[in-house]
Design a binder for this molecule. Sequence first.
Ligand SMILES: [Zn+2]
Length: 116
Amino acid sequence: MECPVCRKGVLQPVDDILSEVEGFAFVERGDRCPHCGEEFIGEADSERTIRVARRLGIWGEPLKLQRKLSASGRGVVLRIPEDLRRSMHIKGNERVSLAKVGKRRIVLDLDAAAEG
Ligand SMILES: [Zn+2]
């Protein structure tokens, strides 16, 4: 599969993706782009990390929020909840990149190069 981030690399399956939650390291399987280094954690493994993190009491519940999408004109809008916006210092003028992971998951990255 072509890397959805850089569209140059072809994703390679790996089993050494490191995620850190509150100082705990989780090793997960997934795919990595050899070109830009972007990592995509497999759905089953990311569920497992959440489960283990919950059991350790380090998974903040507010991290997973239920939100409704709303239709606006031709597009679909997702509102970022205020507490999340504040904790992530989102100003509202950032660029974001979206990556489709699996069939029912979208990962949204705030562009590090956002200005202002
Ligand atoms: Zn890439």
